[in-house]
Design a protein around this ligand. Structure first.
Ligand code: CTP
Length: 403
């Protein structure tokens, strides 16, 4: 694992030293590149001592070095590293990357780099939330780069909010995870659903549920990283599109059903993590319902059960359902597994503090058709996603062997 670590000019630059060490502890060879601004905060000597390597600070040779070698050194660095990690990635660097400015070593290396780009931003909360920064981030995400979101907390400038560089250990773990991704889902096509659905009551009102879509998006990202073609049918969420995934946005259960059935054909694995509304108004009124003194009673019809329909048309596919429960987790998971013809049901308790719908963490039981249940203890949704895919792959291989 060879990591080019770009250090930007921000208060958090000193944390990049800790990051360089954390990466080396995980087996990475680290080449540090500093911007001029970064050198106002930390000296190159700190990084040189930590990594045992010369720190790159300029596009041009200093002190009469080999001028030609120096002029193409950014190309050499770009070609010889698996990842370009920038931490802290300042608002200025994000803007330069997004727009392709290449006036110094780090930005020129970025343009010449074809490997994985990982950006860990850190800045004042207002700078982070500014539409210009958010637009640059959207551009960079759309390019398939990984953004390691800053933490929220008290910042050096005295404000409180998002903007603090993610913990160096967390960044190092993420880099290792991205660089050591297996390609064990090569050749598979995953059809995934995620998020809630929204069911209109009239042109301005709707019913929905608390699903954030985070679990399904984590599954989509992980599966794409592991080599699968991923088709993600998503209800309304606030999440950025996962890199490398075909995203189909829908609003209602009926739209989700139509999108799933029309993309079922190429799918080898179907994972239904969406929290589909169970009821809807079949004929939505054309006009807004006006307020009166009388009670408003709404007549709801059941929505199509998409998972059950896929279960009836399963063919040789592997089918995974989700069960969000407030009690009788495993029993309910098994009931859904049987009635909807699934191979596995991911059952999670949604009443629990800190796990389930809106949280970044989860704790689930995998209820299996053939094998025993597997309990996955509390972990980040991205780690749970990897573990779910590990089990899916085991079932898939067993299916292959049986056929
Ligand atoms: N599901 C679906 N279509 C629906 C409702 C649910 O495809 N109309 C899928 C979900 O995506 C999930 C699984 O069925 O994978 C279980 O969803 P859940 O809401 O927990 O179960 P229900 O079938 O609605 O059962 P209950 O309301 O009894 O819990």
């Amino acid at each position: 694992m060879r990591v080019a670590l770009g250090v930007g000019g921000g208060i958090a630059a000193y944390k990049a030293a800790e990051l360089a060490r954390a990466l080396q502890e995980r087996g990475a060879a680290v080449q540090v590149i500093m911007t001029d601004a970064a050198r106002e905060f930390v000296t190159p000597l700190t990084f040189a001592a930590l990594t045992g390597k010369k720190v790159i600070t300029s596009l041009f040779a200093q002190g009469g070095g080999d001028v030609l070698a120096s002029a193409v050194e950014h190309i050499h660095v770009a070609q010889n590293h698996d990842a370009l990690l920038v931490a802290p990635a300042t608002a200025d660097l994000l803007a330069k990357f997004a727009h392709g400015l290449a006036g110094d070593f780090l930005t020129a290396t970025y343009l010449a780099f074809t490997g994985r780009v990982i950006l860990a931003p850190a800045m004042n909360t207002n700078m982070w939330q500014h539409p210009a920064t958010q637009a640059n981030l959207a551009t960079l995400r759309a390019r398939g780069h990984t953004i390691i979101e800053p933490d929220a907390g008290l910042l050096a400038c005295g404000t409180t909010g998002p903007g603090r560089l993610a913990e160096p250990e967390r960044i190092a773990d993420e880099v290792v995870r991205l660089l050591t991704a297996r390609h064990d889902l090569d050749g598979e096509t995953l059809l995934l659903t995620a998020g809630p659905t929204q069911e209109a009551l009239d042109p301005v009102r709707y019913i929905t549920n608390r699903s954030s879509g985070k679990m399904g998006y984590a599954l989509a990202s992980a599966a794409a990283r592991r080599g699968a073609r991923v088709i993600l049918v998503s209800g309304p969420t606030h999440l950025p599109p996962p890199p490398g995934v075909e995203l189909i946005r829908v609003r209602t259960a009926v739209e989700m059903r139509d999108a799933v059935m029309s993309h079922l054909e190429p799918a080898t694995i179907v994972i239904k993590s969406a929290a589909v509304a169970d009821y809807h108004v079949k004929e939505v009124p054309q006009q807004k319902t006006k307020k009166t003194a009388a009670r408003w009673t709404i007549d709801l019809d059941p929505t199509p059960d998409i998972l059950a329909e896929v279960g009836r048309n399963k063919g040789g596919r592997l089918l995974v359902g989700f069960a969000a429960e407030t009690q009788n987790l495993v029993a309910e998971g098994r009931r859904k597994l049987e009635t909807k013809n699934c191979d596995m049901v991911v059952a999670n308790l949604v009443s629990q503090e800190g796990t389930g719908f809106e949280s970044d963490e989860n704790e689930v039981v995998l209820v299996m058709r053939a094998a025993g249940n597997v309990a996955l203890p509390r972990n980040s949704k991205s780690a749970i996603a990897e573990q779910i895919l590990d089990q899916v792959l085991k079932l898939r291989l067993a299916l292959h062997e049986a056929s």
